[in-house]
Design a binder for this molecule. Structure first.
Ligand code: MN
Length: 264
């Protein structure tokens, strides 16, 4: 073997070893042999109280999971089964504790909305997970914002086109560090609220969710094989509304640290 080729293989082995240590999935033996022309940054969420980080695989979001929010969006909450959409993994914007971070106002919208949500993160996955075992798959929880270009979402909906451009854009998933289940337990009730510039905008209780986190995991696993690294935005309560540049959002869920985000 030529020394240049050997060096290249060694370099790749080192890269793969580094990737493996960081928990990156490199599927297929062909990929394991291949060199990459560039690197793609993986997405991680810090784990509170540790030096660990949680590698993100997929971001699932449930729509219209509080009755009053379903009504304000123009649907009938009594008849609708849960439905899901996704955001790209790198939509995550990590919000450190006790810090106000800058959040860029996105392009193309004139009606940029907050949605405060409980976020569950999975340590294990599977298919057809029964509801009574679903919470065993949860690694931890955090407070998140499902930021939404509402004008684009509505326009696409009216044309029966995908929501993607309204929901699945850069930085559209700000969230706090993950709190382990061992520290915070599971969430079936407790206040969830959002303030903008100190004024309460959304204010509800987690017990008002139509589909619980356990039901969400179970239902999702009928449609998709869930896996470690998947996170689930569990839906927002009523009174979603707009923010503009300069606004500071504060998100709160009882039992979790608040997050603070400034739109710039
Ligand atoms: Mn949402």
């Amino acid at each position: 073997m030529k020394s240049t080729k050997r060096r290249a293989l060694l370099r790749n082995a080192t890269l793969l070893a580094a990737g493996g240590a960081a928990g990156l999935a490199i599927p297929g033996s062909a990929a394991a042999q291949a060199r990459t022309p560039f690197t793609v940054a993986p997405t991680f969420i810090p784990v509170a109280g540790s030096s660990e980080v949680f590698p993100v695989r997929r971001i699932y979001c449930i729509g219209r999971n509080y009755a009053a929010h379903a009504r304000e969006m123009g649907s009938d909450p009594t008849r609708e089964p849960p439905f899901f959409f996704q955001k790209p993994t790198d939509a995550v914007q990590n919000v450190p504790p006790d810090t106000i971070i800058d959040h860029p106002y996105p392009p193309l919208t004139k009606n940029y909305h907050y949605e405060i949500e409980l976020v569950a993160a999975l340590a294990t996955g599977g298919r057809n997970i029964p509801m009574d075992r679903a919470l065993e798959h949860v690694f931890g929880y955090t407070t998140g914002l499902d930021m939404t270009r509402r004008d684009l979402q509505r326009a696409m909906g009216e044309e029966k086109k995908p929501w993607e451009i309204g929901k699945s854009f850069d930085h559209s998933a700000p969230l706090g560090p993950l709190q382990r289940v061992a520290s915070v337990g599971h969430f079936t009730k407790g206040a969830i609220w959002l303030k903008v510039n100190g004024e309460i905008k959304q204010n509800a209780d987690l017990s008002q969710m139509i589909w619980s986190v356990a039901e969400q995991i179970s239902k999702l696993s009928e449609a998709f094989e869930l896996a470690p690294g998947d996170i689930i935005y569990s839906g927002t309560p009523e009174n979603v509304g707009p923010v503009v540049k300069g606004d500071v959002m504060q998100g709160h869920i009882d039992g979790l640290p608040d997050i603070r985000v400034k739109v710039v």
